[in-house]
Ligand binder design. Structure first.
Ligand code: ATP
Length: 493
């Protein structure tokens, strides 16, 4: 990370705290590593991102429905899904500092270092060696690479490493009051399984016909070995996932459709296309026959925000086997090749899985700007969040010019009308200029000022966040002006 981008990232993190977007969890007790809370503006922004996703996926598709499954699930779910045996990361400890690291991340950091130094051949060779070792689950080879590369622990500075071991990422707890009599259950590490176990319920009760999708937004938990980069890698986070059930043999086509569709969703927010790229998985998960990530160029480099996975019929077949319940679908459509119905099969699945917290962070970073407003006469600047209006936590702020002459009452009267449709804020403290700056800092697209003229002709000034232009409009027009700008029509197609 260059000095400037490092600085930018630090500024975004402190801005997020100062303006009520993200706080460290239980901060008064010095925090809990890799757990964060969303503040008054953060939770609004997060909710708006969720709404955007839900509308785009569920409301805009007749054949996609949404559910809300519980976090706790029957323990056999995780046996069937392969998570009990296989959901682990290779880890290594430094014997001197007693610090634990993900072996693949130590190597990835070295690759990034080579790339930054322009040593692209070395970077590529190490990448291949690491990918091969991961694919073969060859843990001794991973250690060998760490030794060969002379990677030292950043804390102790020594190369005194343990062997590489697998570490399961699922959190477990007990149900029931007495530990002995209870069973171990897990906090779900992904929301997807809540969809798979409800596949039959939804298909039957909703009379769903293939192809169809089930969408869900919810918390997931992973005991990540190391926590880094703010809300990029958390132990408790939120996912927005959709499983799309298709006829076997059509999965490639649907995979490509969803791959394109999902990138369009990101770009509709106005984010520059060059900030995004696709990354194809070389090491496929045990259930996948194709996988692409959508990556965003964060200040610390490209990182996965969303995964598009072709999961075959792995999950439903496993659940059929472990539960003894038939997961088959009868497809009455006639196969033109045989002239007979496609008949019974277990559907294949295309999954789109986006991390809400990573989406939140990229939205914040992309919107953040320290703008120099200096003129020949005076130095001036502002920090502005150029958030898409649909996502802004507060849509409009209403200011009486002064605290007297009936202006606060008039401002509140306008606000009372607007708050039925929009999240609006009332502010009367400090000079107008200061109030503008506070709203710029949280990304409010409109500031409305009520002055003495308002009492005479019911007009107000409306000031636009991005251009800082002001114009006088009839107060009765506000609902329409704001409504047009924050309409979901601007991003949904
Ligand atoms: P990574 O390789 O970065 O650990 P992953 O490949 O394990 O991610 P998936 O299992 O595909 O991630 O999960 C889907 C999405 O959930 C990811 O694209 C990411 O946005 C999000 N996600 C996964 N793990 C975390 C985490 N620990 N904290 C925040 N978001 C996460």
């Amino acid at each position: 990370m260059s000095k400037a981008t490092d600085e930018l990232f630090k500024n975004v993190i402190s801005h997020a705290k100062e303006y009520g977007f993200v706080f460290q969890s239980s901060e008064i007790y010095d925090g809990l590593s890799a757990v964060y809370d969303y503040g008054q503006n953060g939770s609004e922004l997060k909710n708006n991102i969720k709404t955007y996703w839900w509308k785009a996926m569920v409301q805009m598709h007749e054949n996609i429905v949404g559910i809300d499954a519980a976090i706790f699930m029957h323990p056999t779910t995780w046996k069937a899904s392969g998570h009990v045996d296989g959901f682990s990361d290779p880890m290594i400890d430094n014997k001197d500092s007693k610090k634990r690291y993900r072996a693949d991340q130590l190597l990835e950091d070295r690759i990034a270092k080579y790339e930054a130094e322009g040593k692209t051949e070395k970077a590529a060779a190490l990448q291949t060696a690491m990918d091969d070792a991961l694919k073969a689950e060859d843990l001794p080879r991973l250690k060998e690479l760490i030794i060969e590369q002379e990677i030292a622990c950043p804390v102790s500075g020594t190369r005194n490493w343990t062997d590489v071991r697998q570490f399961n990422l699922m959190f477990s707890t007990q149900v029931g009051a007495i530990a002995d009599e209870s069973e171990t259950i897990y906090l779900r590490p992904e929301t997807a399984q809540g969809i798979f176990v409800n596949y039959l319920n939804v298909q039957k009760s909703g009379r769903m016909k293939i192809p169809f999708g089930i969408a869900q937004i919810g918390k997931a938990f992973r005991n990540e070995v190391i926590a880094r980069q703010f809300i990029i890698r958390m132990r408790e986070f939120e996912q927005m996932e959709m499983q799309f059930f298709v006829r076997p043999g059509t999965q490639k086509e649907w995979f490509n459709t969803w791959k394109e569709n999902r990138l369009k969703w990101h770009l509709a927010l106005g984010t520059p296309a060059e900030k995004y790229r696709y990354h194809e998985h070389t090491k496929l998960a045990h259930y996948a026959d194709a996988a692409f990530d959508i990556e965003y160029n964060f200040p610390f480099g490209f990182k996965e925000v969303e995964g598009i996975h072709s999961r075959t019929d792995f999950d439903l077949s496993q659940h059929q086997q472990y539960s003894g319940k038939k997961m088959q679908y009868f497809d009455p459509e006639v196969d033109p090749e045989t002239g007979k119905p496609f008949g019974n099969y277990i559907p294949y699945v295309i999954e789109t899985s986006i991390g809400l917290d990573r989406m939140f962070l990229l939205t914040l970073i992309n919107a953040y700007e320290e703008e120099d407003l200096s003129t020949d006469e005076k130095q001036d600047s502002r920090t502005v969040l150029r958030l898409p209006s649909v996502l802004a936590p507060v849509k409009a702020a209403i200011f009486p010019l002064t605290k007297k002459d009936g202006l606060p009452e008039k401002a509140r009267e306008i606000m009372d009308k607007l708050k039925l449709d929009f999240n609006v804020q009332y502010e009367e403290k400090d000079a107008i200029g200061k109030r503008y700056r506070r709203q710029d800092a949280i990304g409010t697209p409109f500031c409305i000022t009520v002055d003495h003229q308002t009492l005479e002709d019911n007009t107000v000034t409306i000031r636009y966040r991005d251009t800082m232009q002001q114009e006088r409009v009839a107060a009765d027009q506000l609902e329409k002006i704001i409504g047009d700008m924050v309409s979901w029509k601007s991003v949904l197609k």
